[in-house]
Design a protein around this ligand. Sequence first.
Ligand code: 26V
Length: 800
Amino acid sequence: MKLQAGGQDEAVGVVALAEAIEAALRADLGIEPAAADAAAWQRATAIALRRKVMVPWLAAEAQALGKRRVAYLSMEFLVGRILGDCALNLGLYDTLGLALDRLGVPLAAVIGEEPDPALGNGGLGRLAACFLDSLSTLGVAATGYGLRYEYGLFRQGFAGGQQVESPDDWLKTPSPWLVERPSASYLVGFGGHVGFRNGAPYWEPGEQVSAEAHDLPVVGYGGKWVNPLRLWQARAPQPFDLPQFSRGDHLGASEAELNARKLCRVLYPDDETQAGKELRLKQEYFLCAAAVQDILARHYAAGGRLETLHKSFAIQMNDTHPAIVAPELVRVLTDGTGMGFDQAMRITTATLGYTNHTLMPEALEAWSTWTMGTVLPRHMQIIEQIDSWHEKQHPKRPVSTKIVAFDTVRMGNLAFISAHKVNGVSALHSDLVRSTVFADMEALHPGRILNETNGVTPRRWIALANPPLARLLTDELGEGWQTDLDRLSGLEARVEDAGFLDHLGQVKAQAKARMGALLAPQGVVLNPEALVDVQVKRIHEYKRQFLNLLEAIALWQDLREGRASGAVPRVKIFGGKAAPGYHMAKSIIRLIHDVADVVNRDPKTRDMLQIIYPANYNVSMAEVLIPAADLSEQISTAGTEASGTGNMKFGLNGALTIGTLDGANVEMREKVGPENFFLFGMTTPEARACLATPGHARSAIEASPRLQEVLQLIAENRFSPTDPGRHSGILDMIWNHDPYACASDFESYYAQQREVDSLYAKPLLWRKKAALNIARLGFFSSDRTIRGYMEDIWNVTPLI
Ligand code: 26V
C-alpha cells in the first residue's frame, strides 16, 4: 500500500529505518527482537520515528525564536493515534511499512497497539487537533496548550444494552511521544487571600502546585515544521514530607502530592452541560496560569517586555474553558509591576481571541462568585474590575452584558469583553451568535464577532484513514491535494467517466471490507451490497439519534408489511458515548440496542436491515467507519449544531449527506449543490416557532399514522418483551416534551430516506453524486480555516 511516491533511495531508507527500529528495541527498551510482541515493536517504532522528528523540531524552534507566535489554549485535544500520522507527515509511511516487513511485523498490528489518546470529548477537541495539524503544515509558529490527563475520556462498554464506563488508562505504559521538559516548570497558586503591598493588592495563595511540561510533537505534512502540543502535568512542589514520614505518618506525608495529582487525573466527560464543579475551575486555571508563565518566559527570552506582549503573541481561547486566562493576564501585567489597569486591558484584549462552539444554554460556563472568590480571590477582584471598566465605557449597557450578575460569573461575557475578536464556527452559527446569545454585545461592539467556518485535516481524514482513496486522488490529480484541497475540484471533469466512477466504487468497497474486519470479532457479518448509513458523534438529544432510530423502526415495519417496495439493503451504524450522568442519552442508547436485538434477529427482514452499535467510538474507529459510509447522518434540529466536522469528513470520503439546514451543513449543501444533498426538516426559525407552540409533538404525532405506529411498537414492548415499560421515559419525552422536535421533522426525514433508497438503486448516479461531493468539498480543509484565523484574528504569517 503506497501512500507517497518512492524516492531513489527508498531501499536504503527502508534498511536504515528497520535498523533504527531494531536498535531502539534493544538499546532503549532492552528487548531482543525474538522476544518482542506487537506492543514492544510499537514502542520501538515510535522511538525511532521520534528521533527523526527531533531534527526538524529543533530547526523550527530556532527559526521561530523572536517571531510572532500563536498560543492555542484548549482543555481538550483529541489527537488520535500518533504513529501512523507522524510517519505520513514525515513522508515515511511506505518506508515504514517496508521496514516493518523486513522485521516481520505487520504495520497495521504496530499501529493498532498504540492507545488512542482520548484527551477530548468530541468536536471541540478534535477541531483543536485538526488545527494543530494545519498550523504545523502551514509552518506557523504555534504552541497548543492543554492538560496531560492521566485518564482520558472513559472507555465505553455495553452490558445488556446499557452503557458502562471504565477508566481510560492511556498512560499505563508511558507514551514514547510525550517528551518531558523539566526546564519548563512553573508554580500555580490556589485559594489564600489578597493582601496589600505598597498600597497595591497582592495575592497570597493558600496552596501551590507545580506545572510540568510534556510536549507532544505535531509534525506538519512534508516534515518541514514541528510545533509542540504542550500538556501540563500537576505535581506537588515537594512530592514528599520526609519528617512527617519519619514520624510514621506515611499517608499524610504524600498528601500534597495526592492533592496535586487530582488536578490532572481525569477529563470531565460532560460536554454540553456545565456542572459548576470546583475541580473543573481549578483545572482551567491550572492550564491558563502555566501557559501564561510559559508564554512570558518565551517572550522575555526573545528580549520582550511586558508592554509588548501583544506584539509577540496571539492567544486563542477554545471556547470559554480557558477564559480565566483574561484576569490572569491582567494580574501578571499589573500586580507588582507598576502597570496601570487600562494599559493591561489594552494589552489583554489585543492578545486574546475567543471562539464560541455552542449555543446550548446549559453548556455556557458560569461559576458562583463564592467558588470563584474562594479558589481565585485575586481573580474575582480583577473580574469585577473588568466588569466596571466595561460598564464605564458603556454606561447604558443591558444587564445581559454584565460579567457578574446574580452572584455568578458568566464566562462567556468575560471572554467576549476580554477579546478583540470573537468567532463562531460556521456561517449559520456565527449569525446566531450575533443575533441570540451575544446580540446585546454585538450592539455594543459591532464588528467584533466574525465567522471562521470549521474544517478538517485532509492528512488524517483522507490520506491516513483512506489510503485507496488517497491513491486514486493522486492518480487523478497528482501530488499536492494533501496541502491544497481546492485541487479536488479537478475531479469535476471526471464524474461522467465510467472507469473513474468504477474505481471510486472499488475504493468504497475496500473501505467497507476494512469496516467488516473491524466488526467481525463482534459476530457481525455485513452484506457487502448494503447501503452503509452512519451516525457517529456524542449521544445528545439535539443530535437526534432518536429520530434516526424512529426511521429505522418505520422501515422495519414497512419491510415486514411488504410496504417497502423501493427499499435497498441497509446497514445502520450508530457510534458514540453519552455523558455518564445524562439519563435521556443513556435511555436512547439502550433503546437502540433493544431495537437492534429484535430487528437483527428477524428472518423476514434480516437481509434488508441491520442495526449495529459498536462500543467505544473514538478517533481510531472513526478512521475506519467514515471511509466506509455511503450515507452520513447530520440530522440535528436546525439552530442547535454549531458546525459539525464529522459531516465534512464523511463528504470528503464520498458519502452523501442526509441533513438539516444546520451548522456547516448549510455551507456544504451550497458547495455540493442542492441536487447532491438530501435535505429535510424545518429551518431554524421554523424549528424555533414549532418548539414555542404548546403541544407541537402531540399534533405532529397525531398527523402521522406512521409515527404513531412506530411509537405504538415501543409502547407495546416489542423491543423489551421481558421488561414491560422499560422505554416509558422516552415515550413520555416524545409525546409531552420533544425538546428537539423529532416528531415534527419525522415525516420529512422519512420521505428523504426513501429518496436515498431510490438513488442508491441507481449505482452509477449515486457514485457520480458521491464524486461531486468529494470534488466540491475542498473548502472544508482546516488549512483554509487556519488561514482565516491568521488573517482575521491572529495577524501571523507562515515561517516556511
Ligand atoms: C462543553 C462543556 C461544558 C462545560 C463542562 C465541560 C464541557 C466540555 C466540553 C464542552 C464542549 C461543548 C462544545 C462543543 O464541543 N462544540 C462542538 O464544537 C465543534 C467544533 O467547533 C462543532 O463542530 C460542533 O458543532 C459543536 O457541538
